[in-house]
Design a protein around this ligand. Sequence first.
Ligand code: ZN
Length: 111
Amino acid sequence: MSDSIACPQCTLQNSYPDGTMMVCADCGYEWLAHAPAEASVVVRDSNGNVLAQGDTVVVIKDLKVKGSSIPLKQGTLIRGIRLVEDDAEHIEGNSDKIKGLVLKTCFLRKA
Ligand SMILES: [Zn+2]
């Protein structure tokens, strides 16, 4: 086994470690080297694509936001999502207008 891990973005295996990050030599994508371990849940979007820490997702329908009068509009980008430990149904992230969102992954699609 080499140190290379398949790039989550382009799936090529020319990645190299850079501090705590892995960097893909092909597409330049960076991700946390010690991301999902075997014990963690796999988080998938509405299309069944696997979501990873730091991904950008798009909201696929208008959503009410708890504690906010502003609805989250369909098409809103959520950048740099965070996975919720042991919870495959939700991710955390910020939109441009609303911080600290917790969103159901069934209403999201990988951007
Ligand atoms: Zn890549």
